[in-house]
Write a protein that binds this ligand. Structure first.
Ligand code: NAD
Ligand code: MLT
Length: 310
């Protein structure tokens, strides 16, 4: 049986598939047209966030039995089409949570202390000590939207940094949040009180453009925004306007509505904007965990019929 891997995957995962007697076709960065050509030949498909498993891909999948996502988000898979065809979809939901949470916190500090801008300045031969005055995070209000696996880790770490943590999550009870030292609030209250806002929800119909012009109008002047969850949750045009007007003092996005981002995207022209190319899960440790786990899950299903989700 053949397994196509169309995004990058740590070699530990590839080894596990081969040890189970599966033939691996390793094609990271596979263009969509080539995916359409290859999908008919394979029983298994392993992806990360770049491959789009559309209805069209699934229609062409004559032998496909399992799609394995080496990571969390399944918004790049047409789940309904897969379900209708009886293709099992698996992921590794917790495998990169710590990495994504640490990336959000790294971006929080990068924003607070203007680190990327200061690095660019010193590398340009300048010594601009006055230009890069930052703010402390101590005692500041951190508003977390989405208090799940990643939001929960961010909250725990932020409390250790002596931030006041408030959160909005319609599926968490105030009691559960309170036990962790977090105050659960409405979305509107979070917008009004937070000095830093960090997003950790899935991309759904409800969260698409959750952070729009109206949301920005409710926020404090000089707020900082971080999105390490999914592109599309923040309306990028509204963010640009809010940054130009000074409402938002700084924003850091790891994820974009269109990935890779256009090199001439307006946000990239702003000094107080920080972008990273969807690096939340990109640590050696997390990539090893998700590769090994998804390889075991896919191999167990193809060779023994065992369905398991980490
Ligand atoms: P999770 O399912 O554990 O947590 C998501 C939380 O969001 C849940 O508690 C849920 O109740 C809450 N939620 C759902 N709808 C909401 C809404 N309308 N408003 C507020 N809260 C809402 O997910 P997770 O593992 O913590 O992942 C969070 C996000 O991070 C996902 O979008 C995931 O795809 C993304 N992610 C990104 C990277 C990266 O590389 N940047 C890495 C891993 C995960
Ligand atoms: C995820 O949802 O796990 C992330 O998008 C990380 C990734 O696979 O790059």
């Amino acid at each position: 049986m053949k397994v196509l891997i169309s995004d990058s995957l740590s070699e530990e995962g590839i080894k596990i598939l081969e040890e189970q007697g599966l033939e691996v076709i390793y094609k990271p960065g596979l263009p969509y047209e080539e995916l359409l050509d290859l999908i008919g030949e394979v029983e298994g498909l392993i992806i990360r966030s770049a491959t789009k498993v559309t209805k069209e891909v699934i229609e062409r999948a004559k032998k496909l039995r399992v799609i394995g996502r080496a990571g969390t988000g399944l918004d790049n898979v047409d789940l309904q089409a897969a379900n209708e065809k009886g293709i099992v979809v698996m992921n590794v939901p917790g495998g990169n949570s710590l990495a994504a949470a640490e990336h959000a916190l790294a971006l929080l500090f990068a924003l607070a202390r203007k680190i990327p801008q200061a690095v660019a300045s010193i590398k340009a031969g300048k010594w601009e000590k006055k230009k890069f005055i930052g703010v402390e995070v101590n005692n500041k209000v951190l508003g977390i939207i989405g208090l799940g696996r990643i939001g929960g880790i961010v909250a725990e770490r932020a409390l250790g940094l002596k931030m006041k943590v408030i959160a909005y999550d319609p599926f968490v009870t105030p009691e559960a949040a309170e036990k962790k030292g977090i105050e659960l609030v409405s979305l509107e209250e979070l917008f009004k009180r937070a000095d830093f806002i960090t997003i950790h929800t899935p991309l759904t119909k409800e969260t698409y453009h959750l952070i729009d012009e109206k949301a920005f109008s409710l926020m404090k002047d000089g707020v900082y925004l971080i999105n390490c969850a999914r592109g599309g949750i923040v309306d990028e045009e509204a963010l640009y306007k809010a940054m130009v007007s000074g409402k938002v003092a700084g924003a850091a996005l790891d994820v974009f509505e269109k990935e890779p981002i256009d090199p001439d995207h307006p946000l990239l022209t702003l000094e107080n904007f920080i972008g990273t190319p969807h690096l939340g899960a990109s640590t050696v440790e997390a990539q090893k965990v998700v590769a090994v786990e998804i390889a075991k899950q896919v191999a167990d299903y193809l060779t023994k019929g065992i369905i398991r989700n980490a």
